[in-house]
Design a protein around this ligand. Structure first.
Ligand SMILES: C[N+](C)(C)CCCC[C@H](N)C(=O)O
Ligand SMILES: O=C(O)CCC(=O)C(=O)O
Length: 542
């Protein structure tokens, strides 16, 4: 006897044969047994299972065995067809459900990842906001620049490249293809029209090689991504600023004791063969410039000795660093106390420690002085103060005063020359911090050129009180480094860090030099220090 008959005789009630209420009306008599149970005429109604079943595993197993056994002879083909169709659609639905649940799981993973990223970004933002709004302030000292930071595994999963747990968006990846049709081989500019990339761009294939990933895109384009670039993309803002900002391995802050260990780089006289030049193993001009800029990056200044005491040799030397910046004082300057320009530099009065160009939105990065001559008089000694050292001291002695100088904007002006009154487009704090790293980035201090203080006038006392403390630190003997410049030695210093001044003088005193933009000297420094490959390889991520 077929198992089906046995089952019916056992008078068990077949539950799962009763379909879920279907939106589709039964094809025949509405009171008939649910349509998937409709039997062909040979089977009498009395043997049909009751219509109010309760399910148990035994019944469901029996049902399943029935379906897989000889039920077919009892059901008309149409029912079997419907059942199979339903089964198929059930299977299809089941597969779809599985796929959706896999997607939900993956999306949940992505959500978790994104939540992790958001947490990290919020933490970084909080740290940055704390820096901008009030500490903890960081005076860059032992910059733990690691040219070969750890590398995370790069994988291809569910249509995306991942670095460790971080998913790289395909839009960013495609936009930063480095191939010669996307980036101009000579100018390094992007040729690709970013917004021609479809928003739903996807990766069709991805092959992993030792140092790069080879990707074919849904638009047919093929790209290769260096694993170091991909790793750089997920590093924290501080690490990503290292190469862009040209951070050195170390920064040394100093006081008057620097007089005993003056950072100095002998220069080559024109025509002298570099092979005979033994200092620090320099073999080319670029080697010399690298050593000069490394000292400036570490100490904030460097003397370059062995230079002919002429404006021509001085200008030639400075142009080896980068092009000279033009200002309303001209380009390469050669000045004396004749008020040729309406500024106290063109007088013989003492000048307190200050930074130049506080009236420019972008103060010059480097400033150079080469004393060419001083006759029939005395004085005119040069003063240098390490603004980073003074800031470090203020931070240690009076955090509130530091906070005021780091957050209250101050304006400046240069208005002495006919038809000129230069002011920056906005105010800047005396102590300006790098929003990526939190480190002190720039000191702007010039009490002669200061204009408005960005506080309600009734509140300005708090700024004056803080500034008075900073001024007193700048004027402490242990922080002042005095030097009498000599013809043949050029002083080059970082005008974003080192303050300069001079004592009054008599007689005829002639100084030449130049300004060089911050971005231009940092560019020169990092291309020599890190190298073109490292610098250009980080453009997309810094
Ligand atoms: C001669 N030289 C062009 C270097 C200086 C010009 C005056 C600089 C101005 N006192 C300032 O603090 O920015
Ligand atoms: O004459 C000097 O030694 C320095 C002048 C000065 O401070 C300047 O040119 O900014």
């Amino acid at each position: 006897m077929s198992s089906f008959r046995a089952l019916l005789r056992a008078d068990t009630r077949l539950s799962s044969l009763r379909p879920r209420a279907s939106s589709r009306p039964p094809r025949s008599n509405p009171t008939a047994i649910p349509h998937c149970l409709r039997f062909n005429s040979s089977v009498s109604a009395q043997t049909a299972p009751s219509t109010s079943p309760e399910s148990t595993p035994a019944i469901e197993n029996a049902h399943r065995s029935l379906i897989e056994s000889d039920i077919h002879q009892f059901l008309d083909p149409e029912v079997i067809h419907d059942y199979k169709t339903e089964n198929k659609s059930t299977n299809a639905n089941y597969q779809r459900l599985r796929q959706l649940s896999d997607e939900v799981l993956q999306n949940q993973k992505d959500v978790n990842l994104l939540q992790g990223q958001i947490h990290r970004l919020r933490r970084g933002l909080r740290a940055t906001q704390k820096v901008v709004e009030g500490g903890p302030w960081l005076i860059l000292k032992n910059w733990n620049f690691n040219p070969h930071p750890g590398k995370e595994e790069v994988t291809f999963e569910n249509g995306f490249l991942r670095v460790g747990q971080r998913k790289i968006p395909n839009m960013w990846l495609r936009d930063n293809c480095q191939c010669s049709s996307c980036i101009h081989g000579d100018t390094k500019q992007r040729l690709l029209d970013t917004f021609s990339i479809p928003e739903n761009i996807s990766i069709k294939t991805c092959a992993e090689f030792r140092t790069y990933m080879d990707v074919t895109w849904s638009d047919g384009h093929r790209s290769q991504y260096d694993k170091e670039l991909l790793n750089a993309a997920v590093r924290d803002p501080r690490s990503r600023a290292e190469v862009r900002q040209g951070y050195p391995d170390r920064i040394f802050t100093w006081g008057s004791e620097i007089a005993n260990n003056k950072p100095t780089q002998p220069w080559l006289k024109p025509g002298v063969s570099t092979t005979t030049f033994s200092a620090e193993g320099c073999k080319t001009d670029d080697d010399l410039i690298l050593h000069v800029l490394h000292k400036i990056r570490r100490y904030g200044f460097c003397y370059i000795s062995n230079v002919d005491a002429t404006p021509e040799a001085t200008e030639n030397l400075l142009q080896r660093i980068a092009f000279i910046r033009e200002t309303h004082y001209g380009g390469f300057y050669d000045f004396t106390a004749d008020l040729a320009k309406a500024d106290t530099a063109y007088t013989n009065i003492a000048l307190p420690a200050h930074t130049d160009n506080t009236y420019f939105s972008d103060p010059a990065g480097l400033q150079a002085f080469h004393l060419l001559s001083h006759t029939e008089g005395e004085g005119g000694a040069s003063l240098l103060v390490d603004g980073f050292k003074a800031a470090e001291t203020l931070l240690a002695e009076d955090k509130d005063a530091y906070h005021v100088l780091a957050t209250v904007n101050v304006h400046a002006h240069a208005s002495g020359n006919a038809g000129i009154s230069i002011q920056p487009y906005r105010g800047f704090p005396v102590l300006e911090h790098d929003v990526d790293t939190g480190n002190l980035l720039r000191v702007r201090w010039n009490t002669s050129d200061r204009a408005g203080i960005e506080l309600p006038v009734e509140d300005v006392d708090k700024w004056y009180a803080a500034a008075r403390k900073f001024d007193a630190i700048l004027k402490r003997k242990e922080n002042e480094y005095w030097e009498q410049l000599q013809p043949g030695t050029v002083l080059v210093f970082d005008n974003w860090r080192v303050l300069h001044g001079r004592s009054e003088f008599t007689g005829k005193r002639r100084i030449c030099g130049a300004y060089i933009n911050r971005d231009d000297w940092i560019s020169r420094w990092k291309m020599l220090h890190f190298g073109k490959e490292e610098v250009l390889g980080k453009l997309a991520t810094s």
